[in-house]
Design a protein around this ligand. Structure first.
Ligand code: SF4
Ligand code: SF4
Length: 224
């Protein structure tokens, strides 16, 4: 606050190559309860309904929270990759089929796919070989407002620069009509911030965006 950016990100099962849910089923002595099909889809078998301990173990196993509990049936459930449709001749799951903008795609992973080369997987599934890839995941932002407190005015057109720990220029932007700058989609790093405005002493500070977004708020520049 007071700067807020809101993103909606679908959290899809990664049909992980090293799936903790499959390991949890094995650890519970029920290896058939979670298994990998030949096409790579990870399936939770509904035949294991009624086993509350198993269902709880499966729900707890997924670092993404992609498994939910069907309390009525004491059954752990998740995205099936619409395996039943694929087995019946569909070329893609229902979510990809119904998406009118083509935002969701389903297919074999190809090294030649240039979009895939830029894609990321969700952080909680890091190291597990998630097979659900995302483009344009939300990143950190750094927000700042340049102010002349003496004149009780915001500073329009002040140049704000962000440098990384090695001193390299990362981004540069002038404050808008409200004295604001919002650096969006920034890597999670610690930045050196400098604000320069003719007639004022330059101001430097730090924005540590390694763990969270940073709102520096109103920063006052002194007149020369
Ligand atoms: S995302 Fe969760 S539910 Fe899906 S395969 Fe990985 S561990 Fe299992
Ligand atoms: S529509 Fe099918 S593939 Fe898509 S999220 Fe739901 S179960 Fe998974």
């Amino acid at each position: 606050m007071p700067v807020v950016r809101l993103s909606y990100t679908p959290v899809l099962c990664g049909h992980c190559t090293s799936a903790p849910c499959v390991a949890a089923a094995e650890a519970a002595g029920k290896p058939g309860a979670a298994y990998r099909r030949n096409d790579g889809l990870i399936i939770l078998d509904p035949a294991f309904a009624g086993d509350e301990a198993l269902a709880a173990a499966l729900v707890a196993s997924c670092p993404l929270g992609a498994i939910y509990l069907n309390k009525e049936r004491a059954l752990a459930q998740k995205c099936t990759g619409c395996a039943h449709l694929l087995d019946n001749g569909w070329s893609e799951p229902r979510c990809c089929d119904v998406c009118p903008t083509g935002a969701l795609r389903y297919g074999e992973v190809s090294r030649e796919d240039t979009l895939l080369a830029q894609a990321e997987t969700l952080e909680p599934l890091e190291g597990l070989g998630s097979n659900s890839y995302y483009l344009n995941l939300p990143k950190r932002f750094v927000a700042v407002t340049a102010v002349d407190f003496e004149a009780d005015e915001v500073l329009i057109g002040a140049v704000v620069t962000l440098r990384n720990s090695a001193g390299g220029l990362v981004r540069e932007q002038a404050t808008d009509d409200f004295g604001d700058v919002l650096f969006n989609q920034m890597p999670a790093e610690c930045y050196q911030v400098e604000i320069v405005m003719p007639g004022y002493t330059a101001l430097t500070t730090e924005a540590d965006a390694r763990q969270k977004d940073i709102v520096l708020g109103d920063l006052g520049l002194e007149r020369l």
